[in-house]
Write a protein of this length. Structure first.
Length: 225
């Protein structure tokens, strides 16, 4: 018997279980593909922006060039910090202390960083849910198929292969589909969690370096005055 014939000959409940698992698997694969592309683009643009930032000689030029990297979390965090810095630069120096300026810039960086990490983590919970729930959904189909086999035995009074085969085939196909939906989901989830952590560490390192530059700049201005 082919796989398609096994599926078409299953009962209503088994078909429903298979449909649920198929839908969950399709959603998972769409998330996997889109998330993989998004992370690769983000990491590539982060690397390019970092090179521009550390080799740049003029802040305004770096801000202008950062617009070329709309999918770089680091560039977005940088622009958020620059907006806060310029807001304080527009105020009279006597109205704001250096500590207050650094503190507000740091909060702006943290807020932007959290938003970017949250966006990268978006939909990963679906992968985790599928990874944990799919085997149990398949197990439900397994139990239902075995129950059908016992009902057939009770109805016919015989336990030969022809009687129990339909129920057993339902049990096996739902079990295999549940595992087949769960394995890619759990592998992809673990991979993406690791990649998001790498991006988070890159953002944190950049934020600290950016704050250090602002602090050194403020110290020089304070010393010169």
């Amino acid at each position: 018997m082919s796989v398609m014939s096994l599926i078409t000959e299953t009962g209503f409940v088994a078909k429903l279980v298979l449909l649920i698992l198929l839908a969950a698997s399709i959603v998972c694969w769409s998330i996997i593909i889109s998330k993989w592309k998004k992370l690769k683009i983000a990491q590539n643009q982060n690397a390019k922006f970092n090179a521009i930032f550390w080799n740049g000689k003029n802040v305004d030029d770096i801000v202008t060039k950062s617009e070329k990297f709309p999918d770089s979390p680091i560039a977005i965090v940088f622009k958020s910090g620059m907006r806060e810095l310029r807001r304080f630069s527009a105020l009279e120096p006597a109205l704001v202390s250096g500590f207050e300026k650094i503190d507000n810039i740091q909060r702006a960086l943290i807020r932007a960083s959290n938003e970017q990490i949250s966006e990268l983590e978006n939909h990963l919970s679906w992968l985790a849910t599928t990874a944990s729930a799919a085997p149990f959904v398949g197990l439900f189909g397994t139990v239902w198929g075995i129950m059908n086999s016992f009902h057939s035995i009770a109805a016919t009074g015989s336990a030969n292969l022809a009687v129990v085969a339909p129920g057993i085939s339902e049990a096996l196909i739902t079990t295999a589909t549940g595992i087949g939906a769960a394995i890619p989901a759990v592998v992809a989830y673990n991979y993406f969690v690791g990649e998001v952590k790498k991006v988070a560490l890159d953002i944190e390192s950049f934020s600290q370096d950016f704050l250090n530059i602002i602090q050194r700049s403020s110290s020089k201005k304070g010393g010169s005055s």
